[in-house]
Design a protein. Structure first.
Length: 294
């Protein structure tokens, strides 16, 4: 992925930082990987992803922050759970993660569904958020699409799975909507790999929950520095959704990255990293001085 193979990426990161892991809480246990020290930066993956989607970010951020990436409940190495998926449960899970690290606040970075979680976490626990980065996301599908579009989207994503196909059977087609036409074969393979690792029942119920969810956050009351990022070619959460977000949040910054689709951090990892780090440098200069001293 990202123009080089997966194993060297891990080796390059662990040359400078030891990647550590923890399973936090119970029912379900939440699997977290992290590197670095200092203020936490938490990376939240999308509905079709898992913690490894952020491996292109951990090395860049761990030099000055404790960079955390999780498998959300039901994903990857985190535990399964009964009943429907809810955004409130994801937010409660994030509280457990921060408490585990004795962190009162975190810089919260969410892609797609991760952006939904980040927004609702800011609503429910505003005192725990130091900054927000919302990538390839929106105020919720109902804010940008009508009910008929949403139900058709769910039907096309879930009907074949409910009738016996596996995620691996439809993953290549899904990926065509997730990345830009210019995406490298390695990025496409990485996106497919994320999808095929999903548990089908979890994917179906989580997709249904987030597609019908309207974000409850009062965006006009967001007080923390906020960056909105989107790929110019995003077909899932089109740039107009990010424009809508940026207009709703006081002082929010909007960056549209050319040459990227929905999975902007996979397609443009260096530009994603530099854009977010520059944003944090401007708003938190003491952290910038710390990085320069290293």
């Amino acid at each position: 992925p990202y123009g080089y193979t997966f194993a060297p990426l891990m080796a390059r990161m662990t040359d400078t930082e030891t990647l550590q892991c923890a399973t936090i809480g119970a029912g379900p246990g939440l699997f977290v990987e992290y590197a670095g020290s200092g203020e936490p930066v938490v990376f939240l993956h999308g509905v079709g992803g898992h913690r490894q989607d952020w491996y292109g970010q951990l090395p860049a951020f761990s030099g000055r922050y404790r960079a955390l990436t999780w498998d959300a409940r039901g994903y990857g190495r985190s535990g399964d759970y009964p009943g429907p998926a809810t955004l409130d449960d994801f937010c409660g899970d994030l509280v457990q993660v921060l408490d585990h690290f004795d962190a009162q606040q975190a810089h919260v970075i969410g892609l797609s569904m991760g952006g939904f979680i980040a927004q609702e976490f800011c609503r429910a626990f505003p005192e725990r958020v130091k900054s927000l980065v919302l990538a390839g996301t929106s105020k919720g599908f109902p804010a940008i699409f009508d009910d008929a579009w949403i139900e058709e989207f769910l039907r096309t994503r879930c009907e074949h799975l409910s009738n016996g196909l596996e995620i691996a059977d439809i993953a290549p087609k899904i990926v065509t909507a997730l990345v830009s036409p210019s995406a490298s074969p390695a990025v496409r393979e990485r996106a497919i790999d994320s999808l095929v690792k999903l548990r089908k029942p979890v994917y179906i119920k989580t997709l249904a929950a987030i597609a019908r969810h309207r974000i409850q956050l009062d965006h006009g009351q967001v007080k923390v520095p906020t960056l909105i990022l989107v790929g110019a070619g995003d077909q899932i959460m089109p740039p107009r959704a990010s424009v809508q977000l940026a207009e709703a949040i006081p002082g929010a910054e909007l960056v549209i990255l050319e040459g990227a689709g929905h999975l902007v951090n996979l397609e443009q990892p260096e530009r994603f990293n530099s854009t977010v780090l520059d944003f944090l440098d401007r708003h938190f200069p003491s952290q910038q001085r710390k990085r320069q001293a290293l």
